[in-house]
Design a protein around this ligand. Structure first.
Ligand code: 6PG
Length: 253
C-alpha cells in the first residue's frame, strides 16, 4: 500500500517525519524491539532536529528501539560523508542514546563484502531470527536522489546478484565509489518504508516513481514496495506528479 502526503515545504516534511517515527515508537507495545533504519543524505538532518525535541523521545528510543542504517558510504565514521556521522551529530549524541542500540555499518572495513555479511548476522541476532529469515524492520527511512536512486541502489545496480542478499556492497559507477546498502529484499520485507523527498530537484524522479505510467523506466526507488510505503513530499518535489496518475492515495497536509 502506497500513501503520498504532500506538505507545503521541507520544514513541514521534517516535522511530519519526526512525528511519524515518534508515534510508531510510542505505539510499539510488543516485547520485541522496534527495528528502525535511518537513511543517508542531507534530508534526514532536519527530521533529526525535530525528532530530538519530542517529549521523552530518548527514553522511547533507548528502551524500545534498535537503530540500524539502510546504507553507508565507504568512509570512516568521522568522515563528513558518513551517514552514521550525520545521525551521531544530529540525533544519537544530542539524545545521549545507549551505544548498544546503535548498529553502525562499518564503511571503513577493508572488505565491504565481509562487512555486508557481518551486518546481516548482526541484524538477525538483534531481531532474534534464524539464519535463513529476513529481519522485518518496523520502519525504514529512505531518501531519493534526482536520478531515482534510493539507499545506495542506483540505476547500475546488479539486481540479480543481490536479490538473495540482505546487504550488498556494490561499486557505484555513478559515484565511482563502493557503498554498503540494504538490498530490495531487505527493504521490501519492511513493515513500513518512509521516503522523505523535498525540493524541485526531486520532482522528475518523483513523477517517474509515483506515476502509474513510466513502468518501463523502472527507477530504483520505484522497486521499493514494503507492506506499507509512505511518501512524505513537499510541494516542490510533488510539483510534476499528476494526482490522477499517482500509484498511491494522495493526501494534502
Ligand atoms: C546516501 C543516501 C541516498 C540519499 C539520497 C537523497 O547515502 O546518499 O542514502 O539514498 O537518501 O541521495 O539524498 P539527499 O537527502 O541529500 O537529497
Amino acid at each position: 500500500m502506497i500513501t503520498i502526503q504532500i506538505y507545503a515545504d521541507a520544514a513541514a516534511v521534517a516535522k511530519a517525519a519526526a512525528r511519524l517515527v515518534y508515534e510508531r515508537l510510542a505505539e510499539h507495545e510488543e516485547e520485541r524491539k522496534f527495528l528502525l533504519a535511518l537513511s543517508g543524505g542531507s534530508t534526514p538532518r532536519s527530521m533529526y532536529a525535530q525528532l530530538r525535541d519530542l517529549p521523552k523521545v530518548a527514553e522511547l528510543l533507548n528502551h524500545r528501539a534498535e537503530i540500524f542504517f539502510s546504507d553507508e558510504r565507504a568512509v570512516p565514521p568521522d568522515s563528513d560523508q558518513s551517514n552514521y556521522r550525520a545521525a551521531r551529530v544530529g540525533l544519537l549524541e544530542p539524545l545521549n542514546l545507549k551505544s548498544e542500540i546503535v548498529h553502525r555499518l562499518r564503511g571503513e572495513a577493508k572488505s565491504l563484502e565481509a562487512e555486508a555479511l557481518r551486518y546481516e548476522h548482526e541484524m538477525r541476532a538483534v531481531a532474534e531470527i534464524g539464519d535463513t529469515e529476513v529481519p522485518r524492520f518496523d520502519l525504514v527511512l529512505l531518501g531519493i536522489g534526482p536520478d531515482g536512486h534510493t539507499a545506495s541502489l542506483f540505476a547500475d545496480h546488479d539486481w540479480r546478484n543481490s536479490e538473495r542478499k540482505l546487504v550488498a556492497s556494490p561499486f557505484v559507477g555513478l559515484k565511482q565509489s563502493h557503498r554498503l546498502t540494504f538490498t530490495l529484499r531487505m527493504l521490501n520485507a519492511a513493515r513500513t518504508a518512509v521516503f522523505l523527498a523535498t525540493g524541485a530537484d526531486k520532482a522528475d524522479a518523483i513523477k517517474k516513481v509515483l506515476s502509474a505510467e513510466f513502468e518501463s523506466d523502472m527507477l530504483p526507488a520505484r522497486r521499493v514496495e514494503a507492506a506499507e510505503t509512505i511518501w512524505l513530499l513537499d510541494q516542490a518535489a510533488a510539483d510534476k506528479l499528476n494526482p490522477d496518475q499517482a500509484r498511491g492515495t494522495i493526501k494534502r497536509c
